[in-house]
Design a protein around this ligand. Structure first.
Ligand SMILES: Cc1ncc(COP(=O)(O)O)c(C=O)c1O
Length: 360
């Protein structure tokens, strides 16, 4: 079996020990005589899997007791609507920070539900930097401030957590959750799709301060109501059981590595190697100001775009897959989430050097 290095932005590479454990347990989950795929979500086996997954997530991220953890469907995209539906009053106001494609999508959806005020935008720097917080125009009457901690397409990441003038902070952490330790109690609500750092597509984690659960001032369909999901242990309907289980295996793997401190060190080292290779060359470039460069998604362009197809084809021959940049940006993008081994980054860096020597 030849596994490749998969630089896809999501669904993305999953650590081999996780896949192997899923395979070992696939036909018969720990002597139950059943695959997890076949279990009732209300049976004792799956209930124990779900409970352990939540416990491990709380442990790894340090989620305080006054926060609820929900395991929902509909992707982070559904959260673009659920956040304003649940947290903003009818005709209410919410602040958003625009740092690129994903925050703009969140803004577009929120505008259908409430008033949106753009507190800051990266547009002025052509999305290469995040405006200094001192320049943000925050509205005290806003129900919350929303930002995207890592822009998966543009490759821009918040180096820390903004203070946001005391407004409740809501964060789309889809593409950098579990990549480093965070102070959960600085947030009102965090959401993230699983298909980057938490396993496979199909489940979205929402971490929310309990007092906000019953905030919805409008009548909401149950599936869009955080309070309903919380009351029903995220089993208001049949959940994506296997994906939930897989998330649990990813958390076991994170624990075996020593938790988020270790992952943060590995992630910084991997990203630094790739940025160094880009900066040391006159053939590759990355437009993001160094302070805001993403550790997870690294876009880069070749000096001659006519070589893009050749770069991708030759990279594939080396087992370096899915390096094509997002269609809106072009060029290349290497997504190097937690599960991308450092050896994959080393292989990419060495391929880039060779390619430049031949064609640069
Ligand atoms: C930062 C960010 N937010 C939201 C989404 C949307 O996630 P989903 O496709 O799970 O709805 C993505 C998907 O890549 C993302 O990267």
């Amino acid at each position: 079996m030849a596994r490749v290095y998969n630089f896809s932005a999501g669904p993305s590479t999953i650590a081999e020990p996780v896949l192997e454990r899923a395979r070992e347990e696939f036909m018969d989950w720990r002597g139950s005589g059943m695959s997890v795929l076949e279990m009732s979500h209300r049976g004792p086996e799956f209930v124990s899997i779900a409970a352990k997954t939540e416990e491990d997530l709380r442990d790894i991220l340090g989620i305080p007791d006054h926060y609820g953890v929900l395991f929902l469907q509909g992707g982070a995209t559904t959260q673009f609507s659920m956040v304003p539906m649940n947290l903003a009053a009818e005709g209410g106001l919410a602040c958003y920070v625009d740092t690129g494609s994903w925050s703009l999508k969140a803004i577009e959806e929120a505008r259908k539900i409430c008033e949106v005020h753009i507190a800051a935008s990266s547009m002025g720097s052509n999305y290469s930097a995040i405006p200094e917080e001192a320049t943000w125009d925050l509205k005290k009457s806003a129900a919350y401030l929303h930002y995207t901690s890592n822009e998966t397409i543009g490759g821009i990441e918040f180096p820390g957590i903004p203070a946001c003038g005391g407004l409740p902070v809501v964060c789309d952490m889809s593409s950098n959750i579990l990549s480093r330790p965070i102070e959960v109690d600085r947030f009102a609500l965090i959401y993230a799709g699983a298909q980057k750092n938490m396993g496979a597509a199909g489940i979205t984690v929402v971490i929310v301060r309990n007092e906000l659960l019953a905030r919805a001032s409008r009548k909401l369909p149950s599936m869009l109501d955080y309070a309903q999901h919380a009351k029903n242990q995220s089993m208001l309907n049949t959940p994506p059981t296997f994906i939930w289980y897989l998330l649990g295996l990813v958390l076991d793997w994170i624990k075996s590595l020593g938790g988020l401190e270790s992952l943060a060190r590995m992630n910084s080292r991997k990203a630094a190697k790739l940025y160094q290779a880009i900066d040391d060359s006159s053939f590759y470039s990355n437009p993001i100001q160094p302070k805001f460069r993403s550790r997870m998604n690294i876009p880069f362009i070749l000096a001659d775009a006519a070589l893009d197809e050749r770069f991708l084809a030759e990279a594939e021959q080396e087992g370096l897959m899915n390096l094509k940049g997002h269609r809106s940006v072009g060029g290349m993008r290497a997504s190097i989430y937690n599960a991308m081994p450092e050896a994959g980054v080393d292989r990419l860096v060495s391929f880039m050097g060779e390619f430049e020597r031949r064609y640069g």
